[in-house]
Write a protein that binds this ligand. Structure first.
Ligand code: GAR
Length: 206
């Protein structure tokens, strides 16, 4: 039985592409379906090009966010996903959705959390003038980017740079880190510490 991954996007989908290129169809892991919060997102084309089923769940198409979240959750459950990956999904999901997928919902965020949660994390980091930034993959809980950290990787920012330049550095890391996290979860190599569920143990092959 394949380990089935649903990916949620809102735009470009370069992280989705990394998953399609390096995880999909390998070691028993399938990117089973891709949903976007926005019609016309480039990531939908990337999924279609890989032969992966897609759908759009825009808030505008539903009475409210909870109704959208419920429809999205049903769609993911109908596709029997084992893991849901937020890969540039730029909307808040409500508590019921997060509780429904608790422990099998992860997000990639372009900062070293808990620094700079929320939107425009790279701009926040540049404005603050930090000398080190990075990428976090974390389980999603009901706070904004507050869930237990699965993997993090840092890079030096020795002087202020253009946002686009830091975005490119960030993406380069994301495109390795997110697939690594998905592979580890799919292989059962990720465990929460029973004495402190915030602490996540990831066993990686040497
Ligand atoms: C990524 O850099 C991701 O970390 C960020 O959006 C970008 C999506 O790029 N996510 C967030 O900021 C979530 N708060 P992509 O669509 O090319 O994968």
């Amino acid at each position: 039985m394949a380990f089935r991954v649903g990916v949620l996007i809102s735009g470009e989908g370069s992280n989705l592409q990394a998953l399609l290129d390096t995880v999909h169809g390998r070691d028993g892991v399938e990117i089973a379906c891709v949903a976007s919060s926005r019609a016309g997102a480039r990531g939908l084309e990337r999924a279609a090009d890989a032969g992966v089923e897609t759908a759009v769940f825009a808030k505008a198409g539903h009475t409210d966010r909870d109704a959208r979240d419920a429809a999205l959750g049903n769609w993911l459950d109908d596709r029997r996903v084992d893991l849901v990956v937020l890969a540039g999904f730029m909307e808040i999901l409500g508590g019921p959705f997060i509780r429904r997928f608790e422990g099998r919902l992860i997000n990639v965020h372009p900062s070293l959390l808990p620094a700079f949660p929320g939107v425009r994390a790279i701009e926040q980091a540049l404005d603050y003038g930090v000398k080190v930034s990075g990428v976090t993959v974390h389980f999603v809980d009901e706070g904004v980017d507050t869930g237990p950290v699965v993997l993090q990787e840092a890079f030096a920012l020795p002087y202020a740079r253009a946002v686009e330049e830091v975005e490119a550095m960030t993406h380069e890391i994301e495109h390795r880190l997110l697939p690594r996290a998905v592979r580890a979860i799919a292989a059962g190599r990720v465990r929460r510490d029973p004495s402190n569920p915030r602490v996540v143990r990831v066993d990686e092959p040497a």
